[in-house]
Design a protein around this ligand. Structure first.
Ligand code: SAM
Length: 299
């Protein structure tokens, strides 16, 4: 590696790293919950790394965040009340606020220092009068609240040993999420990469969701700054995202005055839920992989 601070690494495994050339180190510190690095890179603009895993890059974050939010929100006929757990960077919030049906968004992030760091980029979305920010553990919040949501978004950092999100990928937690959704509610989760070496964790997230919800659909996008494909899952009580017609998607986008999206549109939605054959085979071979509080999985 070149001189100190010239490169920043996304730790994929002990045998594999993704290196980015650094323009400027903006922040490099330990918070109460995680190691935070905010780095201006040569090719991807400003990037956030938590515990050495990239969270977003300015240049292509729209791919991840449009996919995390729009397929789920469009599937709900009238999402009014939305909860985001994690997502302290504010990008998921930016996309949610584009749906004019949404009257209330609660964001629960454990780490105030991440949210404050991101305020330069996304502070304005947290100022929207529909938004309420709560600092704390997302699981504890859901266990204690009596509120019911139309859509719950889990935009969490990857589960890493001793990390803050480990118990938010488990069967017990997804059961709490289900209870806090309305009768026609749905949730969406960033479900880690489906590519080696994360495939088993990705499949385990899918199986665990299937254990709790009647409808679960996986979908994917290649994110250049991650250097790999990324997985998402919608888990729903009533509406299947795959059953929406192209006409209905376009009608909802128009009715909600959603314009200027860079990645998501009706044709993309229609092709989104087809899973490659090798992944389908691996899902079938690993049906017993379930994540529980007693047996969490780590990347
Ligand atoms: N886009 C990202 C990715 O690719 O992984 C995830 C978005 S985001 C920056 C992840 C957020 O989850 C962080 O701000 C972190 O503080 C938050 N988080 C982790 N564990 C949490 C927990 N138990 N409760 C609430 N927020 C949590």
């Amino acid at each position: 590696m070149a001189k100190k601070n010239k490169w920043i690494a996304d730790h994929i495994t002990d045998n594999e790293y993704h290196l980015y050339k650094v323009k400027k180190v903006l922040v490099d510190k330990e918070t109460d919950y995680q190691h935070v690095k905010f780095i201006e890179t040569k090719d991807y603009g400003k990037c956030l790394y938590l515990n050495d895993h990239i969270q977003f890059a300015e240049k292509d974050e729209y791919i991840y965040h449009e996919l995390l939010i729009h397929p789920a929100l469009i599937t709900h006929p009238e999402p009014k009340k939305v909860l985001v757990i994690g997502g302290g960077d504010g990008f998921a919030l930016r996309e949610i606020l584009k749906h004019n049906t949404v009257k209330e968004v609660i964001v629960v992030d454990i780490d105030m220092q991440v949210v404050e760091l991101m305020s330069e980029l996304n502070g304005k979305y947290f100022q929207d009068k529909r938004v309420k920010m709560i600092y704390g553990d997302g699981r504890k919040y859901l266990e204690d609240t009596s509120e019911i949501y139309d859509v719950i978004v889990l935009d969490l950092s990857e589960p890493v040993k001793d990390g803050p999100s480990n118990l938010l990928f488990t069967k017990e937690f997804y059961n709490i999420v289900k209870k806090k959704l309305s009768k026609i509610g749905l949730m969406v989760v960033q479900a880690i990469s489906p590519i080696h070496p994360y495939r088993k964790i990705h499949i385990a997230i899918y199986n665990t969701l299937c254990y709790i919800f009647p409808i679960v659909k996986l979908f994917y996008a290649y994110i250049p700054s991650y250097g790999t494909e990324w997985g998402f899952a919608i888990a729903s009580k009533k509406y299947d995202p795959e059953n929406l017609t192209k006409d209905e998607i376009e009608k909802r986008l128009t009715k909600r005055y959603i314009k200027g999206l860079k990645y998501y549109y009706s044709d993309l939605h229609k092709g989104l839920f087809t899973i490659p054959k090798d992944l389908l085979n691996d899902i079938n071979l690993n049906k017993k992989l379930i994540i529980t509080d007693k047996k969490p999985l780590f990347v």
